[in-house]
Write a protein that binds this ligand. Structure first.
Ligand code: PNS
Length: 164
């Protein structure tokens, strides 16, 4: 049986911290779908279109043979059913992530009892990293090369500084 996991997120844009979680999930599951999922709480705040975020994810996971990229605009629990996924894999950075993630894990379990949520501890070097922090630093002209995968760095930096 192929064990499929979803790495869900807004990925606006995908960071090195996300990529770390996706590649570790790829080591644990047969098939991983890194998926841009619509987050209604952030509806106004997206910098990149869904197509751009999917394209970024495809570029940074191109060398991972068991990773696919997808997107979904409805319930994550339903998407998991469609894909035959048994798990959601998420990175936990700090206690501040916990309450929200715990709540979502319980809601998803209620909506799809066959779906487990697996939390991976973020690697310590990415503990502080978030897409919104990268966007703020980039838009103010700061160097974001440490935070973003090399494959998307120029395109993201150009957009953040208004050159793209
Ligand atoms: O990267 P993010 O923004 O923290 O990811 C959050 C995301 C997209 C995974 C979350 O908002 C989500 O699961 N959205 C889908 C809507 C859904 O299924 N809601 C019910 C369970 S909380």
């Amino acid at each position: 049986m192929v064990r499929t996991a979803i790495c869900p997120g807004s990925f606006d844009p995908v960071t090195r911290g996300h990529l770390d979680i996706i590649s570790r999930a790829a080591g644990l599951f047969d098939r991983v779908v890194a998926a841009v999922i619509y987050n209604p709480d952030k509806a106004r705040a997206f910098t990149f279109s869904i197509e751009e975020r999917v394209d970024f994810l495809k570029r940074v996971t191109a060398d991972m043979p068991n990773v696919e990229v997808g997107s979904h605009a409805g319930l994550l629990a339903e998407y998991a059913r469609e894909l035959g996924a048994c798990a959601l894999v998420k990175g936990l950075r700090a206690v501040s992530d916990f309450e929200y993630e715990f709540q979502m894990a319980l809601a998803n379990k209620q909506l799809n009892p066959e779906l487990e949520t697996v939390f991976l501890t973020t690697s310590s070097k990415y503990l502080y990293l978030s897409s919104s922090m990268v966007k703020q630093i980039g838009s103010l002209g700061g160097d974001v090369s440490e935070f973003l995968p090399a494959e998307i760095l120029n395109d993201v930096a150009a957009r953040l500084t208004g050159r793209g």
